[in-house]
Design a protein around this ligand. Structure first.
Ligand code: SF4
Ligand code: MSK
Length: 650
């Protein structure tokens, strides 16, 4: 095995947006270590790990597969080891999304029992609509009675031992038939994760195809189970998202306000922080401390959750979590779970920032732990804001520098909101979208999701691909850090983005008043993308299965196990997935062939690796064309240049 040594990158090669580049430079000047400098010290990353052929599942190992040692001590070959490792990644990703969903389902149960403290059911129409979908009696019953039955049903999705997930009933009938035929209908989410660990431990399941099929089964329990539950319960408790205006990038931090940044994934506490940060007493306290007010801003998916419901601004995406601290202007960063780097307290130590962890399952050395008590949620949130205000006096003006970057955006496109935008209150439906796809004005729909990764220039792939696709009349749906990348780029502003869209897409977007890039929420809200695709199938005219509609998923700069699970549930749902860089599977030609080719015979979709944005755009177009061809809707549109008169006439 050889390792490559590369020269350290310049700050401009680290990130696409100028604000991040400025903060990478400031971190260097302030002698602060960030993921970018650590990427350099980690540059000789393990080639065995990268190919997935290192096994440390038992203590006869660790074993590494080479030409001279083609089997581990137990006899496992590269195919078994690679498949086991991937299955464990899927189980990790599924567990993360689903445990988030479980916490919310438990909160819904407590609210329904009158033990939810400051939480209430905020969106009763959504509660009742979901109850009807899940066949829970709702007519003539109180909201709390309905919520209790629904919460128990959701909790049973975790513990069910024999019954397949109830949520699978929301998928097209034909797709459910595919899952049944392939033996991958998931039972309870917890059972799927436990079985994944059991099957991949020493001496159990050794057939790579059999292991990988369970990876798809486990992932389905995420996308159609745990993630879906998280999105639904968040909508019931905190309100269903609808389009809101806000701003994104580090410039949303205030030079003269107390800045509190929330980071992570679970929205329960941040919902209360959104209320507490606007409380009159808190604002008076901030003014008494010499500040002009309180700025609450977010990083990662906690940010997306409070953006799509309250319009709270976004400070940045995943790789800006340390850079936000490097501004020297953050009084407190409140972290919950997932994607919060353990380095945050050491970066914060160079400034005056206090890092506060709030989830009892997630502690970090150097952070203050303030356990979040859901029964006293608002009081906890106010305590945190007070601490942040008290910390304002510790700012070191000489160490402060807030980049002036802040881009306007519109976010909050739930499936219901898209339907409403497309058809209005009385004719809300996906019909206009399906018609536009069938007529070729919109070539297809592409979901761009996932994280950033310091191996590549932050946001470059995401933003280049997004521009290329909308220019070619592809409607883009976004979640997670990919959505934040577009926000910083100004591509979530209807006006700016429409300028960059192709004529057919622009015509449709202008007619119905939507931007060509729709921010649908956080990582668990990838289930909303599946829901939108299902609506397109149900609406008719684009085939009777998810594998038929002209749709593709892309994870350009992904880094998390959660992205592996998301990719697997998209493919198992019949949606092709483009990865900007491959899974750690290159050590097995059979596993690579199975995931990138053979699964097409099972699911009608597979994985594809495109390491640059332009080749990804070409490939996506080819995949969309293939589906359009099969549907018989790929006739070339007559070329027409649209003037303002044409557009007004749409
Ligand atoms: Fe080695 Fe087999 Fe143990 Fe893995 S399970 S560490 S390959 S002996
Ligand atoms: S936060 S999972 S870095 S998208 Fe959901 Fe961003 Fe990826 Fe975390």
């Amino acid at each position: 095995m050889t390792t490559e040594t590369k020269p350290a990158k310049k700050a401009g090669d680290r990130a696409w947006d100028a604000a991040s580049v400025a903060m990478v430079n400031k971190a260097t000047a302030d002698c602060v270590d960030t993921c970018f400098s650590r990427m350099d010290t980690q540059q000789n990353q393990c080639a065995f790990g990268r190919q997935g052929i290192c096994c440390r599942i038992c203590y006869m190992g660790p074993c590494r597969i080479t030409a001279k040692a083609p089997r581990g001590v137990c006899g496992a070959d590269a195919d078994t080891i690679v498949a086991r490792n991937l299955l464990r990644e899927v189980a990790g990703g599924t567990a993360a999304h689903s445990d988030h969903g479980r916490h919310l389902a438990l909160l819904l149960k407590r609210v329904a029992e009158g033990k939810g403290g400051d939480y209430r059911i905020k969106d009763e129409p959504v509660l009742r609509q979901e109850a009807r979908w899940y066949k829970v009696e709702e007519a003539g019953r109180s909201a709390n009675e309905v919520a209790l039955d629904l919460a128990n049903l959701f909790l049973n999705e975790f513990s069910s031992q024999e019954e397949p997930l109830r949520t699978l009933a929301l998928a097209p009938v034909k797709r459910r038939g595919v899952w049944e035929k392939e033996g991958i209908l998931p039972q309870g989410i917890d059972r799927m994760c436990v079985e994944a660990l059991h099957r991949s431990t020493m001496g159990v399941d050794h057939d790579y195809e059999h292991l990988l099929k369970h990876a798809f089964r486990t992932a389905l329990a995420d996308g159609w189970g745990g993630s879906r539950v998280a999105s639904i319960v968040s909508d019931i408790l905190f309100g269903s998202p609808s389009p809101v205006r806000s701003e994104a990038n580090l410039g949303v931090l205030g030079a003269r306000t107390v800045n509190v940044v929330v980071h992570g994934h679970e929205p329960a506490l941040s919902e209360m922080l959104a209320i507490a940060s606007q409380d009159a007493d808190m604002l008076a306290q901030a003014r008494a401390a010499g500040a002009e007010g309180i700025t609450l801003a977010g990083i990662c998916c906690t940010a997306n959750e409070i953006l799509i419901r309250h319009g709270i601004p976004i400070a940045g995406n995943f790789l800006q979590q340390e850079l936000a601290l490097v501004t020297g202007a953050v009084e407190m960063m409140v972290v919950d779970v997932q994607c919060c780097m353990p380095s945050l307290p050491s970066v914060a130590a160079a400034y005056h920032t206090e890092i506060v962890s709030t989830s009892d399952i997630a502690k970090t050395i150097g952070a203050t732990h303030a356990a979040f008590d859901e029964e006293k949620a608002l009081a906890c949130a106010k305590d945190l804001i007070s601490r942040a205000i008290a910390n304002y006096k510790n700012r070191q003006p000489g160490k402060m520098s807030i980049p002036p970057a802040r881009s306007p955006l519109v976010a909050g496109f739930s499936v219901e909101a898209i339907k409403y935008m497309l058809g209005g209150r009385y004719r809300a439906s996906f019909r206009p979208l399906n018609d536009a796809v069938m007529q070729g004005r919109i070539h297809g729909v592409v979901g761009i999701v996932g994280c950033n990764n310091p191996k590549t220039r932050v946001d470059e792939y995401i933003n280049t691909l997004t521009r290329e696709l909308i220019k070619r009349n592809v409607l883009v749906l976004k979640t997670g850090c990919a959505a934040i990348a577009s926000a910083k780029e100004g591509m979530l502003t209807p006006e700016a983005a429409l300028e960059a869209a192709g004529p057919g897409l622009r015509e449709v977007c202008e007619a119905v008043g939507i931007p060509p890039v729709l921010h649908m929420g956080s990582c668990v809200d990838n289930s909303r993308i599946l829901e939108a695709a299902t609506e397109m199938v149900k609406e008719g005219g684009l085939g009777d299965d998810l594998s038929m509609i002209p749709a593709v998923g892309v994870a350009p700069e992904w880094m998390s196990e959660k992205a592996v699970a998301i990719g697997c549930y998209f493919v198992a749902s019949g949606v092709d997935v483009i990865l900007g860089h491959p899974f750690h599977i290159a050590g097995s030609a059979k596993v690579t062939q199975f995931l990138n080719e053979d699964v097409r015979g099972l699911f009608g979709a597979s994985f594809h690796v495109c390491e640059d944005a332009r080749s990804a755009a070409e490939h996506i177009f080819k995949l969309l064309d293939q589906r359009r061809e099969k549907l018989g809707i790929n006739q070339k549109m007559e070329r027409k240049l649209f003037d303002m008169k044409d557009r007004r006439g749409v």
